[in-house]
Design a protein around this ligand. Structure first.
Ligand SMILES: C[S@@+](CC[C@H](N)C(=O)[O-])C[C@H]1O[C@@H](n2cnc3c(N)ncnc32)[C@H](O)[C@@H]1O
Length: 214
């Protein structure tokens, strides 16, 4: 018998990342095949961008891409709603955490200036952590603080897609065209996308979208 796959039920998961969940976050995710695909595709996308950029990673989580940012000579900032996740990042990253401006805050009301960063990175967030309505507010904030590039992870429906409920997570509801429009409405033009996970059961796929600010 094939294992039953869990279909995203549209419930936001934003408030779960504290205490034990934060401590075990990365060790649990390291067992997922697609975690490693996300790492590889992120490193490869970053390789095509200039060195010595300023980057902000929201939500920062355990700072999973920090070693790649360090390799590129980036000046690094991050923000997460959970101080426990930032503490976990500090423990995991060791010396690589030094010099990172890691803050606790809300992605929908960012404590950063307009176009403060060359590059904005956001993974495992807009698709299934916040509601569609909040995701749209967050995208406005991302656009405000990003100057040149963004790498944003989103779900995309490979059939015709449909509009998500405002009070549910987006999951993989939106079609490719709708995702490109959502990003472009926020001045992010998709220039490349990398598949990181397929969810056959809900006709969707998850991509890292590399965008240029227009
Ligand atoms: C699934 S984790 C993703 C972390 C990291 N980006 C990654 O790819 O592993 C979701 C993170 O979102 C954070 N979070 C939830 N709601 C948030 C909000 N409104 N603003 C900022 N961070 C939030 C959680 O604390 C958690 O660290």
């Amino acid at each position: 018998m094939p294992k039953l796959k869990i279909v995203d039920n549209g419930t936001p998961k934003g408030d779960r990342y504290y205490d034990k969940t934060a401590k075990k976050y990365e060790s649990k995710r390291l067992k997922q095949d697609w975690w490693h695909v996300e790492q590889k595709e992120m490193q490869s996308l970053l390789a095509g961008l200039p060195d010595n950029l300023t980057v902000v990673d929201i939500p920062f989580g355990t700072g999973r891409f920090v070693p790649y940012y360090v390799e590129k000579g980036y000046k690094i900032a991050g923000l997460d709603a959970s101080g426990d996740m930032i503490s976990a990042a500090k423990g995991i990253l060791g010396d690589a955490f030094k010099g990172v401006d890691a803050r606790v805050g809300d992605a929908a009301a960012l404590p950063f200036g307009d176009e403060e960063f060359d590059l904005l990175v956001s993974t495992r967030f807009l698709r299934d952590i916040v509601t569609y309505s909040v995701a749209k507010d967050v995208l406005k904030e991302f656009s405000r603080i990003a100057k040149k590039y963004a790498i944003i992870q989103l779900g995309q429906n490979f059939k015709s897609g449909l509009a998500p409920d405002e009070n549910s997570t987006m999951g993989g509801s939106l079609s490719e065209k709708a995702i490109h429009k959502l990003l472009l409405d926020n001045k992010f033009k998709v220039i490349e996308k990398r598949l990181v996970h397929s969810l056959e059961q809900d006709n969707s796929e998850i991509y890292h979208y590399l965008c240029e600010k227009v």
